[in-house]
Write a protein that binds this ligand. Structure first.
Ligand SMILES: *Cc1c(COP(=O)(O)O)cnc(C)c1O
Length: 368
């Protein structure tokens, strides 16, 4: 059996760099509740993103849930089903109704031409996803939101460290959520953050993420516990120093995938060639057209698996087809998202994947 290769492998810093921080933790017993290193990570991330209002949290999902809660939305929220479970769950768990907008076949992001038809007097926000780190059509989303007085909260879980026209991707919309999960471009083991536009919203999220507690004897909001702990923050401080070097490694491997697969009949790659965008190269999704390729997506998935290569069907199924949502009657018709979900296979891509591994994977795809 060949060596097993998974779709991703979490980045770890050199162990000495992590251990160096522990001495101080053992001295202070400062483990959580917005401790020294969580504050330090917040400041470093504010600098990294060039943002003034940012708060680290226990994970990306809770960051999205708390951000939506802090925005005091009501009624309907327009979003896409071609995403991870978290996006739709965060909307529904806030008591809001998701209205599903289809995505563009070219890049899997929300199809801006189809947003306005879904707006009703109940719509309060749009939650688009920068899927695979491909920025949504930010300008047109902003214009639509302005015209209809809607909030825009980006699920930017895949877009850490990206820029559009030299500006941080966090700078668009009313808020953005980033995930620092182990499998993402930058990790704090589990973790995430919310970026917002003003101190009032940031303060509200801060309160919500600590049970809505305002003082020793006063609890004013129905919050939850979404605090980052000090070990997560330390992992973040270490990994942040290596983010750029890891990005460059992934970029090289991604280029190799493109080079090897671009002429394979029936295999489509997304184009990461918008000159105005600096990508983070965390995902390598391919779309299998069985009529041209001669094998289905599921057959290719199985062949790779039999050879020890665990590609993943990100994102399949689409969220509006989950068992928990099937009977809910949420509106929206999303044939393109469905088609993409049936064609997609996300190939292994991470900073210490070797070039030989990429060649091995692409050779299998080419030979069958
Ligand atoms: C990972 C992810 C999330 C959730 O982030 P966690 O840190 O795992 O909670 C949300 N949305 C998308 C698109 C994701 O990929």
């Amino acid at each position: 059996m060949d060596k097993k290769i998974y779709v991703t492998k979490p980045v770890l810093p050199p162990i000495e760099e992590f251990v160096e921080y522990l001495e101080n933790v053992w001295e202070t017993h400062d483990l959580t509740n917005f401790g020294t290193y969580t504050k330090q990570l917040m400041l470093e991330l504010m600098d990294f993103f060039s943002e003034d209002y940012l708060i680290p949290m226990c994970n990306g999902h809770m960051a999205l849930e708390m951000t939506l809660q802090a925005m005091e939305l009501s009624g309907e929220v327009i979003t896409t089903p071609y995403t991870f479970a978290s996006t739709t769950h965060a909307i529904v768990r806030n008591g809001l109704n998701p209205v599903f907008c289809d995505v563009r076949e070219s890049d899997c992001t929300i199809d801006v031409d189809k947003i306005e038809a879904l707006i009703t007097e109940k719509t309060s926000a749009i939650v688009p996803v920068h899927v695979y780190g491909i920025p949504c059509d930010i300008e047109r989303i902003e214009a639509i939101a302005k015209k209809h007085n809607l909030k825009v909260i980006y699920d930017a879980a895949h877009a850490f460290g990206e820029t559009v026209n030299g500006k941080s991707i966090s700078s668009f919309g009313d808020a953005s959520m980033f995930s620092f999960h182990a499998t993402k471009a930058f990790n704090t083991i589990e973790g995430g953050c919310s970026v917002v536009r003003d101190i009032e919203t940031l303060t509200r999220i801060y309160q919500l993420h600590n049970f809505g507690i305002m003082g020793e004897e006063s609890v004013e909001f129905v919050g939850a516990n979404a605090k980052m702990n000090e070990f997560q923050a330390i992992m973040g401080l270490c990994n942040l120093k290596h983010f750029e070097e890891n990005r460059q490694k992934r970029k090289r491997l991604f280029g190799l995938y493109i080079e090897s697969l671009k002429d394979v009949e029936g295999i489509r790659l997304l184009s990461y060639d918008d000159e105005s965008v600096e990508y983070n190269y965390t995902y390598c999704p391919i779309f299998v057209d069985e009529n041209k390729y001669g094998k289905t997506r599921n057959e290719l998935y199985q062949v790779l698996k039999d050879r020890g290569i665990f590609a993943r069907k990100y994102f399949y199924p689409i969220t509006n087809e989950f068992a928990c949502y099937k009977e809910c009657g949420f509106s929206g018709n999303t044939p393109i998202a469905k088609k993409l979900s049936e064609q997609v296979l996300t190939l292994p891509l991470y900073s210490d994947l070797s070039e030989e591994d990429v060649v091995r994977i692409t050779d299998i795809i080419k030979e069958i």
